[in-house]
Design a protein around this ligand. Sequence first.
Ligand code: SF4
Ligand code: SF4
Length: 583
Amino acid sequence: MIDNAVLKKILLEVEKPARYIGGEFNLPDTDKPCDERVCLCFADKYEVGMSNIGLRILYHMLNDTEGVVCERSFAPSVDMAAKLKEHGIKLFSLETRREFTEFDIVGFSIGFELAYTNVLYMMDLAGIPFYAKDRGEDYPLVVAGGPCMVNPAPILDFFDAILVGEGEVNLAGFVALHRKCKAEGLSKAEFLKRASELEGVYVTSVGGKVKRAVVKDLDKAYFPTKILVPSCDIVHDRSTLELFRGCANGCRFCQACFYYRPIRERKKDTLLKQAKELITNTGYEELSLSSLSTSDYSDLKGLVDGLKEEAEKENVKLALPSLRLDSFEAEIYEDTKGASLTFAPEAGTQRLRDVINKNVSDENILSSLTAALKHGVKNVKLYFMIGLPTETEEDLKGIVDIVKLVRKLHAEHGKSKIINITVSTAVFIPKPLTPFQWEEQISIEDMYAKQDYLKRELKLRNVKYSWHDAKASVIEAALARGDRRQSAVIKRAFETGCVFDSWNECFDYEKWIAAFEYCGIDPREYTGAIPTDKELAWDFIDNGVTKQYLLRERERAYQGITTPNCIGKCNGCGANKLGRCFE
Ligand code: SF4
Ligand code: SF4
């Protein structure tokens, strides 16, 4: 355990000490009798991790299990890390300030590839060896889960096991089996052998294939309503309801869409009950809805009406997220007068939107924007992607045309005096488990040229243009389709100073390139086009959606043929073999 007197002194010297002290409102009883201790780690700062709904669910789920205590640890800022090193203090859990070696299981939640070095950063601060092979019986089991497990190949060697899919199934199963094996006195290796048979568990020392674990009945699945309320600001500081998982729309660049399938909803009455409990238990003044495409919820109107009633009664603000352009319902937006309206057409022309299967037409854009402006919206945020497969100059010009259209529509119909338009462009990253997983990423020079064009053309009054860092996109793409050889690159990058790579101010492209070079690996090997018959680094994972379906979708993309959403008519993606859709 940590020396509290020393810690107290350190906390006075670092920025935002609340990140490290725990003791939040609604803290579960972590002193209860238990035979299994789990530390859930989030490979980013407290403010980011505490906003993660997946981590929230698993944390409370484990603490609500008799005999199990779950604690948390987040990546400390570099000022805190320096202090810990200076005073010889190892990274600890927030609840009982235990070191990682005092836990049975340490589980990392990894949401994006640029967090990989943060995992090593946390392991280093915790004093545990990076590679699973170097951690004997004295060390806890170290596992990873989260969306990055769609292709965990680059980080496999760091973990004893990879939990593929939903933690309500695989983490719960892993913990339960470990308790049993511990009681039987089994060794780590013996336990891991047995764990390799669990649903959604890939044991790195055993190998083989793994099928993604999913919750079969989301409506009945565990969902916490007595959640932690942090004592400092976090990114999403509010209660959140999870409406459904998966997305029916199938935009061809979107990994989340396919990764979270099959599509499963929570019933309206379940959500209303959860909302009531969240409001009562937390005191939060804001309630938001979480899903990939909220407007596709089967009874959104009924749900919003019910929530509004409850929210008004309790004086709670209902935060509605951005809705898809093609199903924009002005009615629902009546309460957001003057608020920001977020639209993501992703591509500037109908042609390219057909290629990527963004089923949003020019008419949809026109009618939705007109409706929003008539309602008095004065901030419009538009999201696009550059470098998409088949993109031409015409498509880039289309982005500028949409911005000009918003200005024109505002002049004609706008209720507000001025209109502020924010345009953001991300760079296309070919991600595993998408129809574009075989595509090449455009060169860094092309990224700059496209961004420069938009910078020039969008120099318009009340229009702000921001763009995603081209260099970070290259590294993200290389890691996303990376293979097992990359663990050496990640280790080298960390050792040469890469950490918090997803934070613009910390990302250092030159260090990453040097790390690739040091390991004799060319990152362009991973960002170029991949032949469709080549074995992929993530082929050992059965994520439900089949390769045949992805290839078919890729073919349709090149023919400019759209695929309708699968609400009411299954398109045969294969995800329903893991669990039923639209129950
Ligand atoms: S609407 Fe498209 S981009 Fe949004 S989550 Fe669904 S598939 Fe992804
Ligand atoms: S199995 Fe069918 S209904 Fe389910 S996500 Fe795939 S295409 Fe949609």
